[in-house]
Design a binder for this molecule. Structure first.
Ligand code: BTN
Length: 312
């Protein structure tokens, strides 16, 4: 949304305001004001004419303009009704030099999960990829993944869901899912991709897949959604909260690991982690400053940087 339209929207939100006053304050013609009001209506904003001017009476449920409206985070929003994968689109933008863009799709037709898995992405979920250009070495990139999991956990908790994080970055509802109550049901996964050199990354794409307003009938076997746990939830507010928390966390990277620990379901659990070098079984005792899992095994402590973790 361009600057003038954003200013028109802000003035209408503070309204009522007359067309001539708005034109004067923004230094544009009345015809231009009218064009912006019509465009906002086309985007789903409800602008009503009252005795003393125009006023904003409704914001669309979802979409790019809706997410960007009153968003208190340093991200531009690019929205699509459908994409094969928001990560793929974010990678294109990153390769073109973009930064701090949140690519959001209502649904994905080729959503990708970790380890080359498919990621079911029906309408109702939050499928979003963040284009980032942090000035850090590759070893610090996992912190951004942890930050995404913390941000989603906080948004889910504020929506009333008893969410926690399974290492490294699955947001789960520990007491949902199978009858053992151990594995929990998955609410969100994060897929981080990057390009760079040994000493410095060029770009990072953090892909967040959160089952927010997903119909329980459309969920995969081990998954849950905010809607399945607590009922209907406004996606716009959820996404805004995720972006705002992520923005706070990335501005204070030293606090990310502690924030992760405070929300972890994995620490203190007996775990099996499938890694490319084989399975590691033991007690999950801590995470390192870069988010690697410390597992106390029969053969002593092992530090695990990547893998699929199961709570036993
Ligand atoms: C996982 O396997 O747990 C990670 C899933 C990540 C899915 C998200 S949805 C938005 C973004 N686009 C994708 O294609 N994948 C990520």
């Amino acid at each position: 949304m361009n600057e003038t339209r954003r200013a028109v929207l802000a003035a209408l939100a503070d309204g009522p305001v007359t067309g001539p006053d708005l034109a004067d304050s923004l230094g544009v013609s009345r015809a231009a004001v009218w064009k912006h009001v019509e465009a906002l209506r086309d985007d789903g904003f409800d602008v009503q004419s009252v005795d003393d001017g125009y006023t904003l009476t409704g914001v669309p449920d979802y979409g790019g303009a809706a997410v960007a409206f009153e968003l208190d985070a340093d991200f531009d929003v690019e929205y699509h009704d459908a994409l094969p994968s928001t990560n793929d689109r974010a990678r294109e933008l990153a390769a073109d030099g973009a930064s701090d863009v949140a690519v959001i799709a209502d649904r994905q037709t080729g959503g990708r999960g970790r380890r080359g898995r498919e990621w079911s992405s029906p309408s109702g979920g939050v499928w979003m990829s963040l284009v980032l250009r942090p000035d850090v070495p590759p070893a610090r990139v996992p912190l951004l993944t942890l930050a995404a999991a913390v941000a989603v956990t906080d948004a889910a908790r504020e929506a009333g869901v008893d969410a926690a994080i399974k290492w490294p970055n699955d947001v789960i509802v520990p007491d949902a899912g199978d009858d053992s109550g151990r594995g929990g049901a998955k609410l969100c996964g994060v897929l981080t991709e990057m390009e760079g050199e040994a000493s410095r990354v060029s770009w990072v794409v953090v892909g967040i897949g959160a089952n927010v307003d997903v119909d329980p009938d459309e969920l995969a076997g081990d998954a849950t959604s905010v809607r399945a746990e607590v009922g209907d939830v406004p996606r716009r507010a959820f996404v805004q909260r995720v972006l705002e928390r992520f923005d706070e966390l990335r501005s204070d990277p030293a606090g990310i690991v502690d924030a992760w620990r405070e929300r972890a379901a994995t620490l203190g659990e007996r775990v099996r982690v499938e890694t490319t070098d084989g399975d590691i079984e033991g007690d999950a005792v801590d995470v390192t400053e870069y988010g690697a899992l410390v597992v106390d095994t029969e053969d002593g402590e092992r530090v695990v940087h990547a893998g699929d973790c199961q709570h036993l």
